[in-house]
Design a protein around this ligand. Structure first.
Ligand code: ADP
Ligand code: MG
Length: 701
């Protein structure tokens, strides 16, 4: 096993490398830009570009790419070599500051949601110096220098996931610092969001994957009868890791470490064939870049092991789907975690102010947070007893809730600090007891010194949800800071604010079981939004409230926000369209022919048996039953095709999305019901595709 201390970050143009290779002044100036957001001197870029190129070439690089994150949700790259012709007909390797700072990929084939007419094809990529450049080697042995960049249109409009993240960083830094200063902090220079995204995934044997049109085209199985065993024995979660998977995970860790990604935790997840990786948290922008690399690397490494990594939110019905838990906090440059309560949170004004901001922000914009977790894939998870429901609430835990309740009643506040507990056997150590148990059902749970936003789907970029979190917090910090700045007694004022905000917004706090039906009813009584599906949820982006919020903090213009709404609605339609078409293809060309083969052979048998036996009641019964489902499937197939045509012909995006949701998706589900029954009636050798039993229980062998 390679020693992580040797390989970690070996392919990263890290701060350490920059310190070693850049002239002192250049390094200092660059560091100021990275840490404090001060604009960069173009001369600095030239020097950095040259050092970066030399380092990359020493490590075998021949190419560079501006790596960006368009609204497809995945990353994009176009490779250019460093070669430049000289007068004598040979070439040299060159890379200028201008090439480092700016790229001009043609933007016309990326989603823009009407932001850009197709004739305005220009797009720009701009170097994001806050996320370190790194090297990747492809299968051909070419080494490429990857430069993280933001991607925008000709008029500076954001066409990607990174630009708003930077804007939101600026907003939260400004507003949170104002609160800090008003509360007497004199040392901190900036506040940043920290994020640790836990990533769930499935691994399926490649040979099965290649026989499943649905997995190949839509990422999830559109058909498949539930095997006799699912996850009910709870024997997969944290189970011992099988050799084939251990080999995969080892390779994955190594690849991630090389790129400076702090892969830390790995384990079996709840569903058979499901796993998880969690890195150590980092600054949100880097966490977002790294999570994209994690997803790509998971898929790439899987192929080397003849496995396929599925990142879909619900690859298999009947067992858990995959999510992504966005662990979130705010930290200053000098090491203060704003969500750290300490031993006496009642005196920790910063913590109290931060909790006040969170209560207000999350309650006022629960609909927006919900929208950031909306996708066709995630619709299968939210509210399905494996993930939080579509209702946003905050789990505060006992100690913190108790403190807030006391505060509201105006009592002298006490706090149940951590204690120790005994296990009941002298040989076992006494353990420190957290003052709050965990709540695995909450979409937004306090976990001691950070919040865990647990609604995200496994394939999501973490940018969207964190942009929303940072923006709603920036708005709340703004209000709190304004009040504190006007007040003569910051301590009294912050307590007053928290009391007020808690009274007003405590409907968002829920410490119970979010999976229960009672909570759905209770939440409705409390007036909390419950946008159950993607297209209802996305409407939150189209409200004046959202426009005002994002515009006020310069995150999105009205047009930019609307373009995202359109793109996400279109994505929903496209995904359901692909699923519908893949279902039609499989049923027409695989399932129905398979069933017909079987029934023909059965019919022949019936004829023969009748001759010998005079009766073939059993065989005829089976024939009739199979035929019943075959006929039903044929009718549903025709209906699904009609629904697809109707949806494709509709030009209004909102109406179109409704047809996809209410006719195409439901049509696919209804067709599946018949096919899944047929799977249980047909001999295995007639069934044209691998089954759930094989995919879920044989893939790791
Ligand atoms: P869980 O028990 O919730 O599954 P994990 O250990 O799998 O916990 O993941 C917890 C994640 O939270 C890790 O990625 C960890 O680095 C991250 N984390 C810890 N502290 C913070 C923080 N202050 N800000 C953001 N993320 C954090
Ligand atoms: Mg975990």
């Amino acid at each position: 096993m390679a020693n992580p201390l040797d390989v970690f970050g070996e392919n990263v143009f890290s701060e350490k490398i920059m310190r070693e290779r850049l002239p002192k002044d250049t390094y200092k100036s660059l560091k100021k830009t990275i840490d404090e957001g001060i604009s960069m001197d173009p001369k600095v870029a030239d020097v950095v570009a040259n050092a970066m190129k030399d380092w990359a070439i020493e490590k075998g690089a021949t190419h560079y790419t501006h790596w960006f994150q368009p609204l497809t949700g995945i990353t994009a790259e176009k490779h250019d070599s460093f070669i430049n012709p000289t007068n004598d007909g040979s070439v040299i390797f060159e890379f200028s500051g201008k090439q480092l700072i700016q790229g001009e990929p043609d933007a016309s084939s990326f989603p823009s949601g009407g932001l850009r007419a197709t004739f305005e094809a220009r797009g720009y990529t701009a170097w994001d110096c806050t996320s370190p450049a790194f090297l990747k080697e492809d299968a051909a042995g070419d080494v490429t220098l990857y430069i993280p960049t933001a991607f925008c249109g000709y008029h500076g409009e954001a066409l990607d996931k990174k630009t708003p993240l930077h804007r939101a960083n600026t907003a939260i830094n400004k507003q949170a610092l104002r609160m800090l200063k008003a509360l007497g902090n004199t040392t901190s220079k900036f506040v940043r969001a920290t994020v640790g995204p836990e990533q769930e995934y499935f691994l399926i044997d490649k040979s099965y994957f290649e026989q499943r049109i649905d997995l190949m085209l839509s990422g999830r199985s559109l058909f498949g009868a539930m095997p006799a065993k699912g996850q009910e024995l709870e024997d997969q979660y944290f189970g011992s890791i099988k050799d084939r998977i251990a080999n995969y995970m080892k390779d994955l860790d190594l690849e991630l470490w090389k790129m400076g990604i702090t892969s830390k935790t790995k384990h079996n997840e709840v569903a058979p064939a499901q796993y998880e990786m969690a890195p150590i948290f980092s600054f949100v922008n880097i966490a977002a870049d790294h999570n994209q690399l994690v997803m790509e690397t998971m898929q790439k490494v899987a192929l080397r092991h003849d496995l396929v990594c599925l990142l879909h939110e619900k690859p298999f019905a009947g067992v858990n789907g995959s999510g992504k838990h966005n662990n979130f906090s705010l930290a200053t440059d000098d090491g203060i975690n704003l969500f750290e309560p300490g031993h006496t949170p009642q005196d920790n004004l910063l913590f109290l102010g931060t909790i006040a901001a969170l209560l207000k922000g999350v309650d006022s914009h629960a609909d927006i947070l919900r929208a950031t977790a909306a996708s066709a894939g995630n619709d299968h998870r939210l509210g399905a007893n494996e993930a939080p429901p579509a209702i946003i609430s905050i789990f505060m835990g006992e100690a913190l809730s108790d403190l807030l309740d006391q505060l509201e009643k105006g009592q002298a506040i006490t706090y149940k600090d951590k204690t120790n507990f005994k296990i009941g056997a002298d040989t076992l150590p006494e353990l420190p007891k957290d003052n709050t148990d965990r709540n695995r059902t909450s979409p937004f749970a306090f976990t001691g010194n950070k919040f865990e936003f647990r609604m995200l789907g496994s394939s999501f970029s973490v940018s969207g949800p964190n942009v929303a979190l940072m923006t709603i917090l920036a708005e709340a910090f703004d209000e709190i800071a304004t009040r504190l700045e006007k007040s003569s007694n910051a301590k009294e004022e912050i307590i007053k604010i928290l009391k007020e905000f808690y009274s007003k917004h405590k409907r968002i706090v829920f410490n119970g079981n979010n999976y229960s039906q009672d909570w759905v009813k209770e939440a409705e009584k409390r007036g909390l939004p419950n946008n159950k599906n993607c297209i209802d949820a996305l409407k939150a982006y189209a409200t004046t409230k959202a426009q005002n919020l994002f515009e006020k903090y310069s995150i999105f213009t009205k047009e930019e926000l609307h373009s995202r709404y359109e793109i996400y609605m279109e994505q929903y339609c496209k995904v359901i369209n692909i699923e519908g078409r893949a279902a039609v293809e499989m049923v027409k060309t695989q399932y129905i022919p398979g069933v017909i083969d079987y029934t023909s052979s059965l019919a022949e048998t019936i004829g023969k048996i009748k001759v010998i036996n005079g009766s073939s009641k059993v065989q005829e019964g089976i024939f009739a039953n199979v035929t019943k489902y075959l006929e039903s499937a044929q009718i549903k197939l025709t209906a699904l095709e009609a629904a697809l045509t109707q949806a494709q012909d509709e030009s209004d995006i909102e109406k179109k999305a409704v047809i996809y949701r209410d006719s195409v998706l439901t049509g696919t589900v209804s067709l599946r019901a018949d096919i899944d029954v047929l799977e249980t009636l047909i001999p295995k050798n007639y069934w044209p595709v691998p089954t759930y039993t094989e995919m879920l229980f044989l893939s790791a062998n």
